[in-house]
Design a protein around this ligand. Structure first.
Ligand code: ZN
Length: 306
């Protein structure tokens, strides 16, 4: 078996409060496209919203389970604590200008591993980092730059990422008492960075609005996904069976620090059940829920996309 290569993050999934405020922030303030409006496949009375670039390219996808009455969560050890978008070369100043003009709060710019970044907060207070990169691009944001995992002990997580997934350690920085280890996937594709932070806080993570549920890495094909499944099992990290998520196939496992990881396939993608031109406009349901469409439509709040 040839060992596949992880190109980077496929998507990040988080929990939010009311859906409309989430849509307003990610399509308005962050200028992402709502590329899929569907339901939680395990609980069809809630939305599952997908944001991405114009066509929903893997590596640009941020997804939410919005709950109108979600209690606020709190990131902590054993949880992914932040995600960062890449700002294309030359676009950083335009972002800070625009946020200032619109009276949006942000922190920074400050520097991390030689790159400038700012942090802003979505409608539920989840931190959203925008990192200046050297990559050319026409869109305001070029998908993910990185994701941050918060661990009590970063070593076993770093070992998994380097020994099984082929990431290499780029270095370590300490900022305001927080140790940050940077791991980089081979190749230079979107979202090829995972940062692991350590703090000795006694606080524990609490899932809820504004927290990240899981991080999905990319497999280019079903065959690569099967290879990962075998490799992970051989290294003592058994995964779930392959689960059909309509737009990709998924396997899940917990990394040693407790963060839920997924490996998601690039195919078939978001244009599998609607044209690219109208992605995200209609409520799409997996075949098993089509018979319940009328009831589901009555329960879900209507959404307006700017
Ligand atoms: Zn996922």
């Amino acid at each position: 078996m040839t060992r596949p290569v992880i190109p980077g993050i496929h998507h990040v999934t988080a929990i939010s409060g009311p859906a409309q405020a989430n849509v307003d922030f990610y399509t308005g303030t962050l200028r992402q496209r709502l590329v899929k409006k569907t339901v939680n496949f395990d609980a069809p009375d809630t939305y599952h919203l997908y944001y991405g670039d114009d066509v929903g390219t893997p590596g640009t996808i941020l997804t939410f389970f919005p709950f109108a009455d979600a209690a606020p969560g709190r990131a902590g050890p054993g949880m992914a604590s932040a995600f960062a978008y890449a700002v294309p070369k030359g676009g950083f100043q335009a972002w800070t200008d625009r946020l200032a003009q619109n009276a949006e709060d942000y922190e920074g710019p400050y520097e991390r591993f030689g790159q400038r970044l700012i942090t802003l907060w979505d409608a539920d207070g989840a931190p959203v980092e925008l990192v200046e990169t050297d990559r050319a691009g026409d869109a305001p944001l070029d998908g993910f730059h990185s994701v941050t995992l918060w661990e009590r002990d970063p070593d076993p997580t770093a070992r998994l990422l380097t020994e099984v997934f082929g990431y290499r350690a780029q270095g370590q920085e300490t900022d305001r008492g927080i140790e940050r280890l940077r791991l980089v996937a081979p190749g230079s594709e979107r979202g090829n960075i995972i940062d692991v932070i350590r703090t000795d806080t006694p606080a524990t993570a609490r899932p809820g609005a504004g927290t990240i549920h899981h991080v999905a890495l990319r497999a280019r094909s079903d065959m690569e996904q099967r290879d990962w499944q075998e490799l992970l099992a051989a290294h003592g990290h058994p995964t779930t069976p392959v689960i059909d998520r309509q737009y990709f196939n998924a396997i899940y496992f917990r990394e040693p620090g407790g963060v839920l990881f997924e490996i998601a396939t690039d195919p078939p993608g978001f244009a599998v059940d609607e044209p690219v031109a109208t992605l995200g406009q209609a409520l799409k349901l997996p075949p098993k829920y089509e018979a319940m469409r009328e009831r589901i439509t009555q329960i879900l709040p209507p959404l307006k996309v700017v």
